[in-house]
Design a protein around this ligand. Sequence first.
Ligand SMILES: *Cc1c(COP(=O)(O)O)cnc(C)c1O
Length: 398
Amino acid sequence: MSAQNDQPQRIATRVIHAGQAPDPSTGAVMPPISLASTYAQESPGVHKGFEYSRTHNPTRFALERMVARLEGSALDEAQDRTSGGFAFVSGMASITTLMSLLDAAAHVVSMDDLYGGTGRLFRRVLAGSQKLDVSFTDMSDAANVEKTLRADTALIWVETPTNPTLKIADLGAIARAARAVCPDALLCCDNTFASPINQRPLEHGFDLVMHSSTKYLNGHSDCVGGVIVTNRPDVAERLRFHQNTLGTSMSPFDAYMTLRGIKTLDVRMRRHNESAGRIATFLEEHAKVDRVVYPGLASHPRHDVAKRQMSGFGGMITIFLKGGVNESRAFLERVRIFALAESLGGVESLIEHPAIMTHASVPPETRQQLGISDSLVRLSVGIEDCDDLIEDLEQALR
Ligand SMILES: *Cc1c(COP(=O)(O)O)cnc(C)c1O
């Protein structure tokens, strides 16, 4: 069972086996947690391919090969040791490492509605330290992307669906526009909200995929991490160098936890997709709800694009309640099964208020422009019994 042979397998099989082989010394079916920081050498420079754990770690490598296979990287182990997969201490560490590939003052085109921490990194750190020139635009409209691209654009950063307004960007259209205007630009999609079960950006012509594995990949709200996958050998080589140089690589324990979580990714995503679809429909019909945003609803402005590029619509729902901050607060205090907490993508259902919680760091005028109002509430639908979840929302809305 080599990593190369499992490429043609379907994704529900890959989440169990991709990039994994029983441990050669014991036959253990799960890669052991390799905690050693250093590895003995027979003679100076003669070793089994492992020198120092920041650089080489078998548990981390197993996770990296797995996610590379799930995202469909074209690289095999002969071209890159982990087939183009790289795991980091957090989603933010993965983005920081990727951004370090860019030259000073590079031009970046970015989605305007972004994970709060990514926007903060671009605006408040890299705009200063790296003099990065970031143009934010609403990429759900391809015309905006074309207007913003420049011949010297170095990176295109897309999130789709976005956080928290669930905008959908057409990955294929963006890739075609970028290849025409700036063929050297790197195209990266933050695929955290969709997971590779629902959407695989490399298939749409992207060079890189990023995940906060804290969310759906690990799925159990007990481990922070990030993963990047590329299918370009030159980019893989540079990422490996930067991951090791910056020291942002994921710990073996976290790699073990995340790999364990991924084994159920397919079954979990099926339930997230199904329950969120039912709940979005329930909320759309509810008198106390002003508007529901969910890519799977026909009312979503880019439902057609979502249907084309996604095989499921995920567990994230955004709603606008009737009333203002007081009504939202009362609703959020009354839910019982949904936990009032930041983060998303775990087995348990969470609910939150972006304007006060996750997106408090977004400047108020930007929040207003993006439509992150005081009546906006974000739900991360877990895998509990969906009837219980609907009853919980019903009693809280009442
Ligand atoms: C959580 C998240 C991140 C950041 O990841 P961490 O693991 O929290 O560092 C980036 N992008 C999206 C879409 C996220 O949801």
